[in-house]
Design a protein around this ligand. Sequence first.
Ligand code: GLU
Length: 305
Amino acid sequence: MLSNPSLTLPLRKGGKAEENYVGRFAPSPTGPLHFGSLITAVASYCDARAHQGQWLVRIEDTDIPRIYPGSEEHILRSIDAFQFEPDAEIIFQKDRLDIYEYVIEHLHQQGWVYACQCTRKMLGSNHIYAGTCRDLNLPFEQQAIRLKVSDQTICFTDRLQGTHCSNLQYDLGDFVLKRRDGIINYQLAVVVDDYLQGMTHVVRGADLLDNTERQIWLGSLLGYPQLEYMHLPLAMNAQGQKLSKQNLAQALDLKRAPELLQQAIRALHQPEVDLDIPENMLKQAIAQWNTDFIPHTTELHGSYL
Ligand code: GLU
C-alpha cells in the first residue's frame, strides 16, 4: 500500500480510521454549477447521510486552462445556499500537485508508466492507444505520461447501472496520467484523492461510467481498496444533450435554492419534500431516501435547463 506521511489532509470531523460510508461531491470548475450538478450533489449527500456516513467536497481543478472564471466561487456559494454540510474542509486539487507527482514517480519505479511523444495528430481517429511509445524508454521531461494496461477484463457492479465491464487493452488502451503540458489528468487525481480522503462510495453522473474500469485498474496497482459506485441518470436538455457548460446549461440561481432543490429531488424520483429552508428539505429527503426509486438508466426522461 502506498503511504507517505507527508500526504496529509484536513481531518474529517469525528474522523475514525474505519468508516462504513464516506462519500463526496467532486465538481470541476469548468463552469458554474447547473441543475445536473445539483442532482449529483443532492444524491451524493442524501445517500451518505441516509447511511449515517460522511460527505466531503473536493474541487477538481487540475486542468487549469479549462477553469472558468468565477466558477469555483459559484460552487462554494452553492454549497452554502443549499445548506449542504461537508464533514471536512473543502480541498482543491491544484494545491496537491506534488502528491500526484509522487504517485507517478512510485508507478515509474514499479515500471507501470512510460513517456509518450505521440501527438493528437499522430493518433488520428484511433481512440484506443496502440502502445507505440511503450518500449521506447523516452525521457519523462515534457512528454505525456501513460499508464500501461494489460489484457484483462475488469467488471464492477454499479448500484443503478448493474454490471459494467471493459477489457483494458482492447476497449481502453494505455491511458494518460499527465499531459505533455504538465497537467495532471483527472483519472489520476480522482483515484489518489478518493483513497487519501478515505472514500468508500462514489455517487456521480453516468457520463463517468466508462472511466470507472480505468480508475479501478489504477487503484488496484496502487493497492487501494475498491469503491462502491452509483452512476446517476443524466439530466438532458430539450435537444437531448446532457446539461453542461458547452450546451449552455443555466447556472444555478441561488436565490431559488428551495424550488431547485425540490425539482432535483423530484428528478431523482424520490418522495415529495415540502418547500422550506434547504436544511429542512434535505433532512426530509434523507429520511425518505430510497435508491430503488432512481431510474436505473443513464438518462432521465424529460428536459431540463
Ligand atoms: N470532477 C468530475 C466532474 O465534475 C467528477 C469526478 C467524479 O465524481 O469522479 O465531472
